[in-house]
Write a protein that binds this ligand. Sequence first.
Ligand code: MBD
Ligand code: FE
Length: 282
Amino acid sequence: MTTTTTPSAAGSGNAATDKFTGERFTADTSPERLSAIATEALADLGALIQKHAITYPEYRVLKQWLIDVGEGGEWPLLLDVFVEHEIEDVNSRNFQGTKGSIEGPYYVPGAPELPAQCTLPMRDEDRVHTALVLRGQVTDLDGAGLGGAVIELWHADSDGFYSQFAPHLPEWNLRGTIVTDTEGHFDITTIAPAPYQIPTDGPTGQFIAAAGWHPWRPAHLHLRVTAPGKQPIITQLYFAGGDWIDDDVAGATKPELLLDPRLDDTGRKVVTYNFALDPAVD
Ligand code: MBD
Ligand code: FE
């Protein structure tokens, strides 16, 4: 473990909120649709309050906690951990290609561009961990290689910290934008990620502890794969048999997204995974 700096939930939360609010988002939701969803959401919440006979002390604690979530910058964390997997599920209903998974709060566009065969930027202290080689091909649904495909890859270091969300890390540590070769092939070296504990020192962590839940996600790689004319895919890859695979706090694992690397004779974990992209919908 690193000992010199202890990045805090507030630090990573505020960084995630700053990144998110740097952009303004819009959706073309009609007043009728908004009204229907809001009416039903409030009715469902009302029913829940009645059913559990929520008390005034509980209501006040909830209000305070919601304020804390905002002040701690933890809305991206809280929503991505507990809600995003349902959004991802409905929005990938009609796709046939590689399964998606949640983006989570720590994606940053614009990571340094790397060639198809590459090693992610990392520190000497990252390099001591087991190397992971992820190779494969990006194709269309018929298996034809896609030259010009791009893979953005980001993951936590072995202490569970993501660059740009923990002040002690170099800006692009363990992040890269990999340009595949003319047939869509890639061969990326990084380090095998460790299970990830979402920050426990902020309101999201307090809530998880108060409910007697656990804050763990299985070890994972985040990827965004794009190619001209194809539907971009945001997904995660996990490791078969790893801790928390069947009990991810973010509910974001899928059997199709499990890697099962083998050890090569130099002690690296090596695995092939191919990505199949759906045609773009617009
Ligand atoms: C993560 O690394 C993550 O992937 C999710 C979904 C939430 C918090 C931290
Ligand atoms: Fe993550």
